[in-house]
Design a protein around this ligand. Structure first.
Ligand code: THU
Length: 126
């Protein structure tokens, strides 16, 4: 699975987003070292702080299924411009040392960033 295919998987995944409040559908696709892909969507809540982002949905789903080693994560939304992971998601991406983050627009046009570019000086151990 290459970068383009992972971006396209994120674009497709966003269809299942639960977004009655923002109406912004976000999808994520996470590639494990073994080649499996886990998808995630944002799941909103009437108590806004209880909302979960697409990236964390994908990561938590993969971990729950026994996977902790990843190659890349892609994220896409309904926007015409690439969507970037929020700060909390960047911290979770750093936890699992996911080396590449693919940010895509709604049509699958993407750019690839290294984890160190999106979260320099990350807090990873104590
Ligand atoms: N959102 C994500 O799912 N991932 C991001 O990287 C940024 C924001 C969601 C959260 C909320 O449901 C909506 O986008 C608007 O903030």
């Amino acid at each position: 699975m290459d970068h383009k295919a992972l971006a396209e998987a994120a674009v497709k995944a966003r269809q299942n987003a639960y977004v009655p409040y923002s109406r912004l559908r976000v999808g994520a696709a996470l590639l494990t070292e073994s080649g499996k892909v886990y998808t995630g969507v944002n799941v909103e809540n009437v108590s806004f702080g209880a909302t979960g982002c697409a990236e964390r949905t994908a990561i938590f789903s993969a971990v729950a299924d026994g996977n902790t080693k990843f190659k890349a994560i892609a994220v896409a939304s309904d926007l015409d411009t690439p969507i970037f992971p929020c700060g909390i998601c960047r911290q979770v991406i750093a936890e699992f040392r996911i080396p590449e983050i693919i940010v895509s627009d709604k049509n699958g046009n993407y750019k690839v960033y290294k984890l160190e570019e999106l979260l320099p000086f990350a807090f990873t151990e104590f």
